[in-house]
Design a protein around this ligand. Structure first.
Ligand SMILES: [Zn+2]
Length: 254
């Protein structure tokens, strides 16, 4: 299958970026299939390093200034700092261990997670210019990772609820995310649609509801609703299976 870029999807994403970033000193991104595999689990090490270097060079970001999480579909949130610079950039064992969410206030430290259907949740608190990213697959969502990203940031940074701004990036949509009868009970009832005895779950809605539960207002949350499986521009595990080449989601403050 040819990875033809879907320019409509890119355009929509950039509009969402603008609303999220406003005039604050933050920068965010999400790579495309054409940028190559960004995960050491799915690609040859030297090739992944080369893909990462060449992708980030477009934004004048050096790999030594990135920090990567070793993802486990859990609910751990790490607070990373200067001493974590370059962790996971060149090999997975040095990445932040067993973590799906990261926050930092360190300037020019790019937080990175890899994705192929799991929704990236970009976070920002204007009070101390803290930035965060969470890798929200269904397992992490069920374990309340989105909620914990906010509650732990409040605990750690002593910031207030109105200071947060959240963007849900490219991930699997409610038409594409079918779940089995065995796990459907794990999701809130109003996020489930049943079609021909098949169960579909809206993960963007699951995340949004968790954010509302902790006290965030709708005006603080941007949902791009861009689907990795529907758009040929982005990698999707459900579509590409073993050939999948995960993308990188990233955020930094400068
Ligand atoms: Zn879809």
């Amino acid at each position: 299958m040819s990875p033809m870029p879907n320019s409509k999807a890119s355009l929509n994403l950039s509009i969402h970026w603008k609303n999220f970033i406003q005039n604050d000193p933050i920068q965010v991104g999400f790579s495309s299939i054409s940028d190559g595999c960004m995960s050491f689990y799915r690609g040859k090490k030297e090739q992944v390093i080369q893909n990462r270097e060449s992708y980030f060079s477009k934004f004048y970001i050096q790999l030594k200034d990135t920090c990567w999480a070793s993802l486990v579909h859990g609910d751990q949130v790490a607070f990373v700092q200067e001493t974590d610079r370059s962790k996971g950039a060149l090999s997975n064992p040095t990445a932040i261990s067993k973590t799906d969410g990261m926050w930092t206030t360190t300037k020019n430290l790019t937080l990175c997670t890899t994705h192929a259907d799991c929704i990236p949740m970009y976070c920002y608190s204007s009070e101390n210019s803290a930035v965060g990213i969470a890798h929200c697959g269904w397992r992490s969502i069920v374990k309340k990772l989105p909620e914990k990203m906010i509650l732990k940031a409040i605990e750690h940074f002593h910031c207030t609820l109105p200071s947060f701004r959240i963007l849900l990036g490219v991930g699997i949509c409610s038409n594409c995310f079918e779940v089995s009868k065995e796990i459907v009970h794990l999701f809130p009832e109003n996020t489930i649609t049943i079609i021909d005895e098949k169960y579909f779950v809206d993960l963007n809605l699951c995340i949004t509801q968790q954010l509302q539960n902790v006290g965030l207002d709708n005006s603080q949350i941007i949902v791009t609703n861009l689907c990795s499986r529907c758009s040929s521009e982005y990698p999707s595990y459900r579509r590409d299976r073993e050939k999948v080449q995960p993308a990188v989601a990233w955020i930094r403050t400068y």
